[in-house]
Design a protein around this ligand. Structure first.
Ligand code: ADP
Ligand code: MG
Length: 414
């Protein structure tokens, strides 16, 4: 669908043009009219489908009709990286419009706190905040929420995963009851529904097929022993200088540094990022990756949602993600907005069952490639579901026993 079919004011058109967007993505097509009409909305679509613009464009359009002065929009996000990224998108879209925004997030030094505090007290149309930090300012009674008209929760599932439920409720309590509330999420677990029913009013729902990675992504997997993984990744990435941006996900923070060291030993351009790094270090690593100075980024899955790095060429799952939905998010890092990409997953014997669950979720078999022969023998793919409790054999004796005393099963075990 073409953007010209939406009922935006001229400033927003200019912004869309400046960002180089031509066609609306499905989530944008379905969300934008509903938001322009003023409804509350729960919207669910996988990572990389353009959720940010789906709410920013209509909300910015509405902001332009509001009188200046006071905070009119609060956007809550799980991480400071996402806050910064949304701030950048607002600057892009509102280049021709007079809309101000402040990102508010934790970490940083005293000067960040002072800057944010100054910006808050001086006022701004939009606050983009991580819940924890916003609560700190609320506790100091520094923020006047009385003119808020829009509340947006972006990556709501991630915020709940990070334990922000109570903070969110506390923040929402501070806001005017008369407001438009929009909840965006990549997944829709029951706790999101609960949150939505608590803070949204008669929301409309948009749900775009969540559990399948975008078309255009080539997905494949290697069955390996853990001890083969280092050799496999170095051999796969050898001579891949045409792939300019590669993310390697590991499940454990502790593995990031070891893997980075190994990659560097093989002369790869590689950096690691995980939540133990301080903010400055994280920003530097990300910036260098974004600018394509660093080819390979090794990350824990804190990064797998939301961070906007265009054109990732290859995602490697160094382990199978614990959650099948997480797989979809990680793989969604490639082929964003209809570009193509490749995703490779390393599967050790213990992870085969988890991997099978992913194949079930996405309803397709992922291509299994043979490990290079010089790495030696590798496991075969034969996922065995966890063993069920001992079954009764159909010997007549046990049948009789079962018939007579069905509850005896437990008793006999003791
Ligand atoms: P999500 O929040 O769903 O993960 P984002 O909003 O971060 O996705 O968008 C992913 C990428 O796609 C961004 O780089 C964004 O600029 C780009 N994008 C979004 N919508 C469009 C569009 N209509 N046309 C072209 N690119 C788009
Ligand atoms: Mg997003």
């Amino acid at each position: 669908m073409d953007f010209s079919e939406f009922d935006f004011g001229p400033e927003i058109w200019d912004g869309i043009e400046a960002m180089g967007f031509q066609k609306a993505t499905p989530i944008q097509e379905h969300s934008i009219p509903t938001i322009l009409e003023g409804h509350d909305l729960v919207a669910c679509a996988q990572t990389g489908t353009g959720k940010t613009a789906a709410y920013l464009l209509p909300v910015l359009d509405r902001i332009l009709d509001l009188p200046a002065g006071g905070i009119n929009t609060v956007i809550l996000v799980p991480t400071r990286e996402l806050a910064l990224q949304i701030d950048q998108q607002i600057q892009g879209f509102s280049y021709f419009a007079d809309v101000s925004a402040i990102p508010i997030y934790g970490g940083g030094d005293g000067s960040t706190w002072e800057q944010q505090k100054k910006a808050i007290t001086e006022g701004s149309d939009v606050l983009i905040a991580t819940p924890g930090r916003l609560i700190s300012y609320i506790n100091l009674q520094l923020i006047d929420f009385s003119s808020v008209k829009h509340l947006i929760l972006d990556e709501a599932d991630r915020m709940l995963d990070m334990g922000f439920y109570n903070d969110l409720v506390k923040i929402v309590d501070q806001l005017p009851k008369e407001r438009q509330t929009l909840l965006f999420s990549a997944t829709m677990p029951p706790k999101i529904r609960k949150l939505a029913s608590n803070i949204l009013k008669d929301p409309k729902e948009v749900n775009i097929a969540i559990s399948k990675p975008a078309e255009g992504i080539l997905q494949c997997a290697y069955m390996v022993y853990d001890k083969q993984k280092h050799a496999l990744i170095t051999s796969l990435l050898q001579d891949k200088s045409d792939l300019r941006s590669i993310i390697v996900f590991t499940s454990r923070k502790a593995d990031v540094d070891g893997l980075v060291k190994e990659m560097k030993r093989h002369k790869f351009s590689c950096e690691g990022i995980h939540s133990d790094l301080d903010q400055k270090a994280r920003e530097n690593v990300l910036l260098s990756f974004k600018n394509r100075h660093t080819q390979i980024l090794v990350a824990t899955d804190i990064l797998s949602r939301g961070i906007d790095i265009d054109t990732i060429d290859l995602v490697v799952n160094y382990e199978v993600p614990a959650d099948a939905e997480d797989y979809v998010h990680r793989v969604g890092r490639t082929a964003r907005a209809e570009r193509t990409g490749v995703a490779i997953t390393f599967v050790n014997q213990d992870d085969q069952v988890k991997f099978k669950r992913i194949e079930d979720l996405i309803e397709r078999d992922i291509l299994k490639l043979p490990v290079p022969p010089e790495l030696g023998e590798s496991p075969v793919y034969n996922p065995q579901p966890p063993k069920k409790k001992r079954k009764w054999k159909s010997s007549s004796k046990k049948k009789n026993f079962k018939k007579k005393k069905p509850a005896g099963k437990q008793e006999k075990k003791k």
